[in-house]
Each structure stands twice: as C-alpha cells, then as structure tokens.
Write a new protein. Structure first.
Length: 317
C-alpha cells in the first residue's frame, strides 16, 4: 500500500514544492517543448486571455479524452486585497478540497522502411496521446472503495479523522517557526510504447526540492519516503510495508503536514496582494466541477491552479 503515501510525495515534491525540474528526452525532440495550455495561442494581454486560450486548446488534438469534458464558462471572482482573503486561499489551495488531475501521456516515434524510385528510405511517424482525469489528491481518505485490504486496515476511523483534520484545519505559517529539508533527485527513466523498437523515450530528470514542516523531519521520512522517491533505497533497508501500523500512520500524517506547510510556503512565493481569482466551470462524467485559478495581473500569467496548469501543449507537432 504505497499509493496513499506516494501520492502525497509526488504531489508535494513534483508539483507544488520548491521544485525545479530539468528533463532532457527524446520525447521533447519528437514533439517539441511543452507550453502551458493557458499560454499556447494568443499572446497574454490580460488574465482573461489565459482562459480564452484554454477553451480553444481543450480539444482531442491536445487532450485525447477532451470530449469527456464540457467546458462551460469562466468568471472573475475577486481580487485578493487583504490578509483575510489571502489566508483563505492559502488554506484552500493547501487543503484537500481543490480538484486535481491525473495525466497519462504516451508518445512514440516509429519508423517504417519504404521504397521510392528504387531507393529505400525510412518514413517516421510521430504519435502522442494525453489522457486527463479529474480526481482529488487524497480521495482515499474519504472513499475507500476499491482499495486493497491492507490499505483499508491503515485507514481506521480515528486515523481518517486525524488526516481529514490536517487537511481542513486553518494553518497560518506566518506565525510558525518552520524547519526545512532540501536535496536533489536524479533519475533516468526509459519509457516504451508498443512493440516497435523505436517506440520509446528516455528521460533524464533532475529535481531540486525544499520541504517545510513545523517539526523536525523524522528518520522514517528521510529513510523511507525520500529514498523511495529517489529510487535508491536498498533491499536491506526498511520499506513502508516493513513498518508497524503505528509508524505507518505516523509517517502518512507527517506526509500530510509537510505537504500542507510546503504548499503554503510556495503560495507565499507565488501569490501577492492584487492578484486576481477566477473560477472555471466544466462538466465531467455527468457532474459539474469548479476550478479556482489565481492570475498575476502584472505578468498576466496563471500562478496557482491545481487542475489545468499541469496540462501542456507541444510547440511542434
């Protein structure tokens, strides 16, 4: 059962922490460099341009399952003008309420030997698919359907109460003394698509992370959580499954706390008084959803969004 704890880790370090990622891959050479779905198209002359681009770009060419969604409208909500509203949005975006997305991407470059006027040549075909699914990052805490038995065993009623309280309680990091842990993650991944020997990509990933907490980072977090993420844990070292139930629950609760605090630290770096809040409404699988987005009126760029901002478009097709 590493799903819950690894979900927290990848969300914290890969998306919302102080994270800088460098990816050199065959995928980039095939399809071009990624651009935010908000910024592909018309130049950003206002915050509203982001959403106009979003609605134009949300199609099967860019999102394979785009027709599962119906983007309805976007509206301006308010300008963040005081500490009360600033604190509200900082807690909202660091909690469990915002809708998130899971993205599955598949890209390949295939080559076929052909003949033209008696001369052989290779015809190359570039293919890519991108599936976007709406989800909540900590849905396991509220709905345990489909989870394996050992996962459900961890999620006792008392544990769920503690975890849900961590996600919903109001936190003000401005009044806290924080402790930090930082480092680097270097990983090389080889991804294959189909049976064609050319249908693969190699990614070199270098991430720098800086995580924050209100307490000292535990040995279990360093020895298990970070090493699992880096992919360099030893078979002789403890894994999450080796921990007793008390330590498993304590580690997951620590993950949740670190996630919330780190997100709030990042929020302070990205969001300022005067930034504008918008909401995007859409239908998905028969249900209506609202996604809140914060835009900087000076740069005209989206600075906080847990759903659409992770969707990118390749600059070359």
């Amino acid at each position: 059962m590493n799903k819950l704890i690894l979900t927290v880790l990848f969300f914290t370090i890969g998306v919302l922490a102080y994270s800088q990622t460098k990816i050199d891959s065959i995928t980039h050479s095939i399809l071009g460099n990624p651009v935010s779905i908000y910024e592909f198209g018309a130049p950003l002359t206002s915050c509203e341009t982001n959403f106009e681009n979003l609605f134009k770009n949300w199609n099967p060419s860019n999102v394979t399952n785009a027709r599962e969604y119906e983007l309805l409208d976007f509206k301006f909500v308010e300008t963040i003008a005081d500490t009360v509203r600033y604190s509200f949005y900082r807690n909202y975006f660091s909690g469990g309420e915002p809708l998130c997305c899971s993205i599955a991407s598949f890209s390949s470059k295939t080559s076929k030997l052909k003949n033209l006027n008696g001369k052989p040549y290779h015809e190359e075909t570039e293919n890519s698919e991108r599936f976007v699914r709406a989800t909540y990052i900590h849905s396991e805490l509220f709905d345990q359907r489909g989870l394996p038995y050992k996962a459900k065993k961890i999620l006792s009623e008392e544990f769920k109460r503690q975890a849900q309280e961590l996600l919903t309680c109001e936190i003000n990091i401005d009044t806290m003394e924080l402790k930090y842990i930082s480092g680097d993650i270097i990983r090389i991944d080889t991804l294959r698509s189909g049976s064609d020997p050319f249908g693969k990509s190699v990614e070199y990933i270098h991430q720098s992370y800086k995580l924050a907490s209100t307490d000292s980072i535990s040995k279990d977090y360093i020895d298990i959580s970070l090493k699992n993420l880096k992919g360099n844990s030893s078979p002789n070292e403890d894994s999450f499954d080796d921990l007793n139930m008390q330590r498993k629950r304590a580690l997951i609760l620590e993950e949740l706390l670190i996630e919330r605090i780190t997100q709030q630290v990042l929020f302070n770096k990205l969001v300022h008084f005067g930034d504008k809040v918008y909401v995007v409404m859409f239908m998905y699988n028969g249900a209506m959803y609202s996604v809140y987005v914060i835009c900087n009126p000076d740069t005209k760029k989206v600075v906080v969004d847990h759903f659409f901002n992770g969707v990118t478009i390749r600059t070359r097709k």
